[in-house]
Ligand binder design. Sequence first.
Ligand code: GLU
Length: 326
Amino acid sequence: MKRHAFSTAAFSGALLGAAMFASPAMAQDDEQFITIGTGGQTGVYYVVGQSICRLVNRLEESNIKCNAPSTGGSVANINGIKSGELDMGVAQSDVQYQAYNGTGNFEGEPYEELRAVFRVHGEPLTLLARADSGIETLDDLEGKRVNIGNPGSGQRNTMEVVMEAKGWTEDTFSLASQLDAAEQAAALADNNVDAMVYVVGHPNGSIQEATTTVDSRLIPLNDEDIDGIVEEYPYYTKSVIPGGLYKGNDEDVETFGVAATFVTTAEADEEVIYQTVKAVFDNFDRFKRLHPAFENLDPEEMVSEGLSAPLHDGAARYYREQGWIE
Ligand code: GLU
């Protein structure tokens, strides 16, 4: 597809003598390679991408070969789709909105070819602090060492919204580190930071790793500045991280959050996107079993909620066939 589209038929001309009788791949015409942008390996996006690819690669009647490498997260995925490095990607619903409409970090540059495919799991903004840091509320982050996330990640994007609402800058913290999602649990455990921020589905490997290696607490984000954010922006909602998922964190924790969404570009091949969503929804029970964060997913909600860019034509074709949309 796009720059990843290698047709074995096209190759055969160039490789004629050597490859024609030697390569079993020659039997398959028009092999399409697609790349899905995910996130850090201890997050849930990585599992979303790997799970979609697993189902796509099982398809008998198509020649799509799917891979889903680890990436910097939502913003990096949308930029990767825009530049042609990625065909599809996972992105937070707030980042999808901002990219399509040209607001926030995408100010003045609306990406009108961005297309929604489906919504996935909910992602609360998750603030985890070392128990010995003295942090009990969001405001206690002032003067502390905080990992605000790598540029390109969704948590960095959403944390900047929180910082703006609070009137904070990076100088508000004694250290504002920019570690990748997969590095932050170790940084917390090694006492290199007091707190980490992650917009992520639950349960996930990163928070599990942190809470099992260092005494640490999920901190609520429920003050009036957070209420203001939820009122101001349609894509933020109040949310709760259930108690009992992580060691030392038995109580529910109130916060706010977004949804993970699966996106592509209008330029993506209609049939490839159709086959991709068909692979997921024809095998939906199998998909749901691939991660506990997928447990409560409902197909009709997934194709109608949390999406601000228009549906891709190939996805819409499948959803119409199922009677999920008009
Ligand atoms: N929400 C994060 C981001 O957009 C990724 C979370 C995950 O990998 O599960 O960067």
